[in-house]
Design a binder for this molecule. Structure first.
Ligand code: F6P
Length: 362
């Protein structure tokens, strides 16, 4: 009997999503003769039949180098806490039973959920309601457990490193402190690896709260040695020892996560307060999520897509595809969402950075 697979992308977009979708469609159609239903805008698409369409090989032709997701996505739309307006007031209700019923009506035998921790937690709840789900980990933040790396991260790193290379020239010419604020939510991976690759002098990450005195003395030491500029990479989740994270918008019922941003400007003010130097801030923002995926992310996304189809074939439901030691494998979804994968402040990569002369402000 022909199998029918559904696929949706949830959470923030990220380079490599289209490689996964293409991998899933090719793996399903070419080798197995199965059908794939593309569901638009994350779990929301399962509430509206017009948002579900069959994906043919033609639909995925030429999408490998494209950023974003041809299916659309949202980082709201949780069917277990879905906003409905009643008498002018927004209430949050559980409509997951409707989602399960709609999957049945669409004739979907198994659902592939491509997402970060938020989408995977929803996927896990649906697994517990009996839905056949295989998950594919996605995030530029690289903060998911049980996989060495998520696709999208490598492209984001390339963008951040390229920005650092560009900022270096102005920093050096104008004798300035240049601060680059990067994404990463509560994990410092993007800041740490791009900082090492881009030759940063100071890296600020959420896992190591910083002391501004240490940062200022690092900048001053460089100045005394004739290096009249410094490059700082600040992860958006970084914060001072005696302070808290800089938040743009608090979490709410519709946005389960607070929106971070502004640490770059905060550090700039602190440095200006203790040193007589010109300081400038660049917030890299969503440039890190956009653009064509790197070779690594196209390849990883394709491998994840094919593995997801293999898992469906062997009925390995409730699992997430992963990369471990260079090998593609699978782990239970619950293990991946149990905690966040954070930078180890005593780990090899931080030690390496410190031996390279980089300061974390501790
Ligand atoms: O999780 C990916 C990410 O880009 C984070 O690095 C960032 O904090 C967040 O999403 C931004 O979300 P939004 O696009 O909703 O502003």
């Amino acid at each position: 009997m022909t199998k029918r697979i559904g696929i949706l992308t949830g959470g923030g977009d990220c380079p490599g999503l289209n490689a996964v979708i293409r991998g899933v469609v090719k793996g399903a159609v070419l080798k197995r003769g199965w059908e794939v239903v593309g569901i638009e805008d994350g779990f929301d698409g399962l509430l509206a039949p017009e948002k579900c369409r069959l994906l043919s090989l033609e639909d995925v032709r030429g999408i490998l180098p494209r950023g974003g997701t041809i299916l659309g996505t949202t980082n709201r739309g949780n069917p277990f806490s879905y906003p409905v307006v009643k008498n002018g007031k927004t209430e949050f209700i559980d409509i997951s039973a409707q989602v399960v019923a709609n999957l049945g009506q669409l004739g979907i035998d198994a659902l592939i959920v491509v997402g970060g921790d938020g989408s995977l937690k929803i996927a896990l709840e649906l697994v517990n309601k009996g839905v056949n789900i295989v998950a594919v980990p996605k995030t530029i933040d690289n903060d998911l457990m049980e996989t060495d790396v998520t696709f999208g991260y490598n492209t984001a790193l390339e963008t951040a490193t390229d920005a650092l290379d560009k900022l270096h020239t102005t920093a050096e010419s104008h004798h300035r402190v240049m601060i680059l604020e990067v994404m990463g939510r509560y994990a410092g991976w993007i800041a740490l690896e791009s900082g090492i690759a881009g030759g940063a002098d100071i890296i600020l990450i959420p896992e190591i709260p910083y002391d501004i005195k240490q940062i200022c003395s690092a900048v001053e030491n460089r100045r005394q040695k004739g290096r009249h500029f410094s490059i700082v990479v600040a992860a958006e989740g970084a914060y001072p020892l005696a302070g808290s994270r800089v938040v743009q918008a608090a979490a709410s019922e519709t946005h389960s996560l607070e929106r971070l941003g502004g640490i770059g400007e905060h550090v700039a003010r602190e440095i200006t307060g203790c040193l007589d130097m010109d300081v400038r801030v660049t917030v890299l923002g969503h440039l890190q999520r956009g653009g064509s995926p790197s070779t690594f992310d196209r390849c990883l996304g394709s491998r994840f897509g094919i593995k997801a189809i293999e898992l469906v074939e062997e009925e390995g439901f409730g699992k997430m595809v992963c990369l471990k030691g260079g090998e593609i494998g699978a782990v239970p979804i619950e293990k991946a969402v149990m905690a966040q994968k954070l930078v180890d402040p005593a780990g090899e990569m931080v030690r390496c950075a410190e031996e390279l002369g980089i300061t974390f402000g501790r």
